[in-house]
Structure formats: structure tokens, C-alpha cells
Design a protein around this ligand. Structure first.
Ligand code: FES
Length: 357
């Protein structure tokens, strides 16, 4: 069920000029529902000028802090980010869905892992949650963060990161890269490119000793860095990412065009959600399972409808579907028949999908 809870804004402050950090008050009876793993996100919903708008924002706190905070960066002409940054104040209420998302790996106090993080701008939010959690829970693990921002002033959570570096001295290394301000050391100027990655993998990164890599930022950065690390010998399954989509690739456009021609009319779809089954027949009007199910009256979780946030994730248990776009699921999830329902086009005449997973 796409349950939203009306939560009170306990605090809101400007972390940088264009980024507000919102803390939600979670009443004791909802603390169990709002339990989360580091790297997960909250989906927020608001009626803005008569329009139902939803956005997902990663929690920047760690589960053991018992706080629920998200950072919302103002996007140019972004309806939701403008609303949060300019209108919302302490004491207001927002509709919030319980935490979801699969970014992040389980912690274990016995782990002695070396984690690498690459983040750009507000991509720091899930990364901060992970760094805090792994350092606190796994005393023998280390973290290295490579963090790109435009200017020193626009570095989100700089103060908190510095405090963590002091607290976990020797176990957390942080390297800042600036794209619109020059620094004395050339390596730290500009985005990750071939030259930079060559130096990083020779001096700061020990590939055979790396346990997991997490990337969060624009698609171009995420793809470039992960391809570079794989070419340098890092197994692909150790790389996890969450990205901001800036535009569709040629390949995505072609696949979406091909799937738009798929004849889905008459497909019998069964949705399993909350232990109950909901059945409907697809019409020409919709090409994906989520929209068709919503159109038929189902109440299912979703946020971006763009294949990015994974809020609409489900598992195909019968029949087959193909996804138009997938920016959220990893190969191992796809191998287990997980799909993004907002992108799932049925390719068989009967499909059963399970949202209780
Ligand atoms: S709603 Fe975000 S991936 Fe489907």
C-alpha cells in the first residue's frame, strides 16, 4: 500500500545557500514503520497549486541516530524543491511514505571492510548516512570519500563531515574536488576524468583492497567512475550507485520506442500487495503496469515515475515484462526478477507481480 503519514516538520534549516535540511518528528507509534537502513530514502508528497507532486529524498541520518532528516537542494524551476526551500517552516505537516530503497549494504560489527564513496553535490545525502553507520557499527572498517562540489561554500554537510573525520581519525579520509573555484593542488580542481582517476587509483585507492564502492551523483559521473574502476580491475558487483538523471541515452530512447509498440491490450495483470490480490486487464491507454494498475483503482507506491527512485519496485512471479528505463535496480536484483513497475511493459498475456517483497 502507498501509505503516506502526515508528519510534523520538527526543524528546517539552510545547510547551504540553496539546500534546506528538514527533520521530521516521528511519533513513537510510527517509529517501527519508519525504521530504515542507511542509504534509504523517504518519498514526500504535497499538493502544490492543485497538483499532486511526489519526490524522493535520501535520509542523511544514520539509523542509530534515531532522527529522520532529508536535505532538499533547490533545483531551478523545481516545484517541490522550491516549495521546501521557500515555503515549509517548523510545525508544518508533510505527507511522507515510510523509508524505501535498496542503496546500501548490511552492516556487521565483525566486518573489516574498506568502503569507497564518490558523491557530487546533494549526492552526499545517502553517502553521509552510510559513512556514519559503517564507521559506528564496524570498528574495523574504513571509509574514503571523494566529493565534488562547485565551490567551497556549496559543500553540503562540510561541518558534519569534518567532525566525523576527527571523531574517526584514521578511519575516514575525505577529498574535496571543486569545479568552479580553483585550489592550489591541481588534482582537486574539476570533475573526475581520466587523468584524475589515474592518480586516484595509483595513490589513494587500492583496488584489490576495496570491499564496496558507492556512487551518488549525475549519471555521467556515476557511469564514468564505475567504468573506470571496473577497467582498473574492480569486480562490477562491488559497485553500487544511485544517480540523478539528466537525459535519456540513445539506447534508452530506442528501447522505450520499441516497447511503446508492444501490444499490451488484453494482458491479464495480477498485483499482490498487502497480502491481497488485485486483478485487471490492460487497455491501450497505459503501457506500464504501475499506471495501468493506478488507473484500475489500485493504491501502489510510486514517486518519480521515471525509473530512478525504485519506490515502485516489485517482483515478477509469473509471466514476463521488459523495462523501458532502469536507473535504479542492480544486475543481481534484475536476475531475481525485480522490476520497476513504472517502467514495466508486459511481454506475455498474463503477468503476476508482487509488491510485498
Ligand atoms: S516510481 Fe520511481 S522508479 Fe518507479
Amino acid at each position: 500500500m502507498a501509505d503516506f503519514y502526515n508528519l510534523k516538520v520538527a526543524d528546517i534549516y539552510k545547510e547551504t545557500e540553496d539546500t534546506s535540511v528538514v527533520t521530521f518528528d516521528i511519533p513513537s507509534e510510527l517509529q517501527e514503520v519508519f525504521k530504515f537502513r542507511q542509504g534509504q530514502h523517504l518519498t514526500l508528497k504535497a499538493d502544490i497549486n492543485g497538483e499532486d507532486i511526489r519526490r524522493s529524498y535520501s535520509l542523511c541520518t544514520s539509523p542509530f541516530e534515531n532522527q529522520w532528516k532529508v536535505a532538499v537542494k533547490q533545483i531551478h524551476e523545481g516545484k517541490f524543491s522550491t516549495y521546501i526551500n521557500q515555503k515549509v517552516k517548523v510545525g508544518d505537516h508533510l505527507d511522507v511514505m515510510s523509508p524505501s530503497g535498496t542503496f546500501g549494504v548490511n552492516c556487521n560489527p565483525d566486518n573489516a571492510k574498506n568502503y569507497l564513496f564518490f558523491a557530487a553535490g546533494s549526492g552526499i545525502t545517502p553517502v553521509l548516512s552510510m559513512i556514519k553507520t559503517h564507521l559506528a557499527v564496524e570498528p574495523n572498517s574504513t571509509c574514503k570519500l571523494f566529493y565534488v562540489n562547485k565551490t567551497a561554500k556549496s559543500i553540503i554537510f562540510k561541518e558534519e563531515l569534518e567532525q566525523l573525520r576527527n571523531k574517526y581519525f584514521g578511519r575516514l579520509e575525505i577529498y574535496y574536488f571543486l569545479t568552479k573555484e580553483r585550489r592550489d593542488i591541481e588534482l582537486f580542481n574539476g570533475r573526475f576524468d581520466d587523468d584524475k582517476m589515474k592518480v586516484l587509483t595509483k595513490t589513494f585507492i587500492d583496488i584489490p583492497d576495496t570491499s564496496e564502492v558507492f556512487l551518488c551523483g549525475p549519471e555521467q559521473m556515476v557511469n564514468f567512475v564505475s567504468n573506470y574502476l571496473v577497467d582498473a580491475g574492480l569486480p562490477k558487483e562491488l559497485i553500487h550507485f544511485e544517480l540523478f538523471v539528466t537525459g535519456l541515452s540513445e539506447e534508452d530512447i530506442k528501447r522505450a520506442e520499441r516497447l511503446a509498440k508492444q501490444n499490451v491490450e488484453g494482458t491479464e495483470v495480477t498485483i499482490v500487495d498487502g497480502g491481497k490480490e488485485f486483478q485487471f486487464t490492460m487497455t491501450k491507454e497505459y503501457d506500464n503496469i504501475l499506471d495501468a494498475a493506478l488507473g484500475a483503482g489500485a493504491d501502489l507506491p510510486f514517486a518519480c515515475k521515471g525509473g530512478v527512485c525504485s519506490t515502485c519496485k516489485c517482483q515478477v512471479v509469473e509471466g514476463a515484462v521488459e523495462m523501458k528505463i532502469n536507473y535504479a535496480l542492480e544486475d543481481k536484483e534484475i536476475a531475481q526478477n525485480y522490476v520497476l513497475s513504472c517502467q514495466a511493459v508486459p511481454t506475455t498475456k498474463k503477468v503476476v507481480v508482487d509488491f510485498d517483497v
